[in-house]
Design a protein around this ligand. Sequence first.
Ligand SMILES: *[C@@H]1O[C@H](CO)[C@@H](O)[C@H](O)[C@H]1NC(C)=O
Ligand SMILES: *[C@@H]1O[C@H](CO)[C@@H](O)[C@H](O)[C@H]1NC(C)=O
Ligand SMILES: *[C@@H]1O[C@H](CO)[C@@H](O)[C@H](O)[C@H]1NC(C)=O
Ligand SMILES: *[C@@H]1O[C@H](CO)[C@@H](O)[C@H](O)[C@H]1NC(C)=O
Ligand SMILES: *[C@@H]1O[C@H](CO)[C@@H](O)[C@H](O)[C@H]1NC(C)=O
Ligand SMILES: *[C@@H]1O[C@H](CO)[C@@H](O)[C@H](O)[C@H]1NC(C)=O
Ligand SMILES: *[C@@H]1O[C@H](CO)[C@@H](O)[C@H](O)[C@H]1NC(C)=O
Ligand SMILES: *[C@@H]1O[C@H](CO)[C@@H](O)[C@H](O)[C@H]1NC(C)=O
Length: 509
Amino acid sequence: MKTPNNSCLLLLILSSASVALGATRADDYFTSISHVAKLCSSRARLADALLNYAETESSRLERLRQFADTLRSNDGNVSGIEHPVEAYVTIRQMSREWKALLGQCDCTETYQLVAKSAGIRPPAEDDYDGAADALLRLQDVYRISAAAMARGRLEVNSKNRSGDGEQTDSGPLMLTAEDAIHLATRAFNTSLLSIGMDWARLLLMSDAFPDWSTERKLSRALDLLQLAAQLPSSQGGSQIGAFLENMWNKTSGNLTKAAAKISSQIKVISDGEKETENYKEICREGSRTNNHSSSLTCRLAVPHPFFTLAPVKEELLNSDPRVTFLYDILTDRESDRLTEVADPRLQRARVGGGVFTKIRVSKSAFLRDKEDWSVERVNRRLGLVTGLNVSDSDPLQLGNYGIGGQYEPHLDSKGVGLAKGNSRLATALLYLNNVKQGGGTVFTRLGLRVQPVKNGALYWHNLRRNSSDIFDTLHAACPVLEGSKWVANKWIYYMGQMASWPCGLSQLE
Ligand SMILES: *[C@@H]1O[C@H](CO)[C@@H](O)[C@H](O)[C@H]1NC(C)=O
Ligand SMILES: *[C@@H]1O[C@H](CO)[C@@H](O)[C@H](O)[C@H]1NC(C)=O
Ligand SMILES: *[C@@H]1O[C@H](CO)[C@@H](O)[C@H](O)[C@H]1NC(C)=O
Ligand SMILES: *[C@@H]1O[C@H](CO)[C@@H](O)[C@H](O)[C@H]1NC(C)=O
Ligand SMILES: *[C@@H]1O[C@H](CO)[C@@H](O)[C@H](O)[C@H]1NC(C)=O
Ligand SMILES: *[C@@H]1O[C@H](CO)[C@@H](O)[C@H](O)[C@H]1NC(C)=O
Ligand SMILES: *[C@@H]1O[C@H](CO)[C@@H](O)[C@H](O)[C@H]1NC(C)=O
Ligand SMILES: *[C@@H]1O[C@H](CO)[C@@H](O)[C@H](O)[C@H]1NC(C)=O
């Protein structure tokens, strides 16, 4: 008989130990060595199972390690986050990818601990969708093709979106095929048909997303198109359905052929769409001063003796209604301090009735007059510059526009304070930082676009003397293309100006 090797010996000892502990049973191992032999011979099978397990585990661990590497490679580079595609990828990693990973490790607690110590809320699915919507909004307003967006290229395109320049769209991809599908789906869900089609088309292009097989790309792209075909007719769904059927018939259902045909003819559908909101055009192409008034000037103004030594650099951008730009109305120290004070207080901005909408995508906070020296100083200065009574005004509102952050055309005076017979007479919009790209303020009826200049302010009146709205002050904040945008708003009310305004006009009116 074979001498049992060490591990079997160990087994025997363990079995004896259990006897010693009082466990007796009919099928015990220690009374017959032949049973032990059987046990020993099943070791190989156990070994296989263990190896198999270890293999699975190590590839699981490898996936975890790879994900950790991905996270680390982008960590700490906050400047990258100013890039909307980077921001989208970050949110995807920290929501969708992380969630998928949770099925593979017992790390829920780890993430929660990290999140807690970093003071963050782990992003959820709606953050991921929101980030996609922001990219789509940028594509929509600035006419950025899917091919360019997938490479993180953010040139504003004043030509047609699906027009030229595609052959030059080479270079590394920042987005994955999965992202393209997510973006297309979101686009179809939010009635951005032509942009969704552009993403589907990118998926159909043979050279995009080489890590996916052609088959896989084609079938997912067709799924997307079928999703689009289910849109209501008013949004072009039936048109796409007919297009698909036609392509399908023409190629006798050959997937490869159909894909080639679809990608070459899909443009026809997208180009049929009409752009409705002219604010997008002004965001792309509006000019800082409009051309019809040659009398627009710059001057040094002394609205108050306070400014004798340092006059206000004032540029007239539009004469009726009067819109002026005031340079260096703040100092760097004041601007930086205001953002610092507001940052922890920011909340997602709401419009009418307190609902979150895509009309206004930003975060804001009202700062009380006594909240900080910077607030007091800025309020006082604005009073001196405008010659208005700032006691009757909203508290200073700080705003931060994030990825694709925007505010669609609106009047500041509309519906505000009307119950009290009061409304916002004047608006001072202060820029607290420079924005890399996009994020201009546009006056849609005036064709005016003003890019933020740190420490500068836009100033205008929303009301006439008889308190009626000046509709030509309709304005909007274009989506931030790259960077982050910090502003402060001061809205000065009508009623408080009874003493100063009706008789003596402020010099900046
Ligand atoms: C940070 O990201 C930006 C934009 O992606 C990149 O240009 C820069 O090189 C990065 N810096 C570091 C230190 O990785
Ligand atoms: C671009 O759009 C204009 C209308 O905005 C249209 O007339 C023109 O044909 C389009 N060009 C191309 C190349 O699609
Ligand atoms: C699109 O809308 C459908 C139906 O409302 C919803 O089930 C789906 O989750 C949405 N997809 C995305 C990516 O938002
Ligand atoms: C596609 O083929 C089917 C069956 O042959 C036919 O009924 C249908 O009308 C065709 N559709 C188009 C758009 O040609
Ligand atoms: C589909 O068309 C491609 C290209 O013309 C061809 O190579 C392929 O064999 C066709 N597949 C089928 C299933 O007919
Ligand atoms: C302003 O408009 C006139 C015609 O109205 C045109 O000749 C001129 O080139 C324009 N100037 C600029 C700077 O656009
Ligand atoms: C106020 O004045 C404007 C133009 O001066 C006029 O169109 C408007 O009707 C006036 N509104 C009231 C309420 O008097
Ligand atoms: C300024 O506005 C405040 C608040 O409405 C008011 O109490 C005060 O009388 C106004 N001052 C002047 C000079 O009109």
